[in-house]
Ligand binder design. Sequence first.
Ligand code: CP
Ligand code: NVA
Length: 303
Amino acid sequence: MKIKTKNLLTIDELSSKEFLGLIDFSIKLKSKKKKTNGKPLLENKTLAMIFEKPSTRTRVSFETGMLQLGGHAISLSLTDMQHSRGESIKDTAKALSRYVDAIVARVYEHSFLEDLAKHATIPVINGLSNSYHPCQTLADLMTVKEYKKKFKGIKIAWVGDGNNVCNSLIFGCSKTQTHLSIATPKGFEPNPAVVKKSSKHTTIDLTTDPKLAVKDADVVMTDSFVSIHDSDAKSKKFLPTYQVNKSLMDKAKNDAIFMHCLPAKRGHEVTNSVMDSTQSVIWDQAENRLHSQKALLASLLSV
Ligand code: CP
Ligand code: NVA
């Protein structure tokens, strides 16, 4: 399928129709139902992957995805690039655009990605910034669709930090008209501009009460209280109130699923009993990074 946007930096670049189409395409690719006329979708295409922060899932799923689509990926640590010696983002973008077909970058400052996207003549994908994690949202809502079969009428509860993953999820819920209830401590709310814009298309509730957020929820999601760019002291503000444990899960619907983008700090934002319960779909969620990113890459590269 084709999508209009050149880059994916937040999720909001996608129309609702494109977002829903990408989810269905991801599910088709997973079941290998997508016809390719025998030709790999990304034959001879190369993806440059720039990492300024650590990663397990993003790095491996993008590299494996490119391989499975007939292409190739190059993993680059930002500290090993000439940028670390002062080459501008603009010149880095222009040089990479002459070699590869797309760039994924995991960085601290979101403005780095905006600069990269402005100067690159090829698609730029956000592999996580301090502000957004759009690839996670594609996999997360793909997983919700697989388990719940629909978006309208589904309630997702987000418990913990209103962080990068939460900001992109809000956009994803607005594209799919999924009800999202977010419980964070005061001062840890998601980006208000994202909430305001998305609230025009779906119901986004903000509360400080996790029990209220998970009431009647079909999906309970959390993430590490301390993101890569945060300081450890932050977790004190969350424990014990915002931990997803059995008692909190029991307040959601009986058939509610538990999701976490991973990596998790077991015993902090979530207990072992929830992570390893039959309600937990975290490994399917992690696997879906691979399928949804393959769909994204094929769509951005218009094949
Ligand atoms: N969820 C996620 O992005 O995982 P990594 O940090 O391991 O890439
Ligand atoms: N919020 C987390 C997500 C990790 C995938 C972080 O930014 O570290």
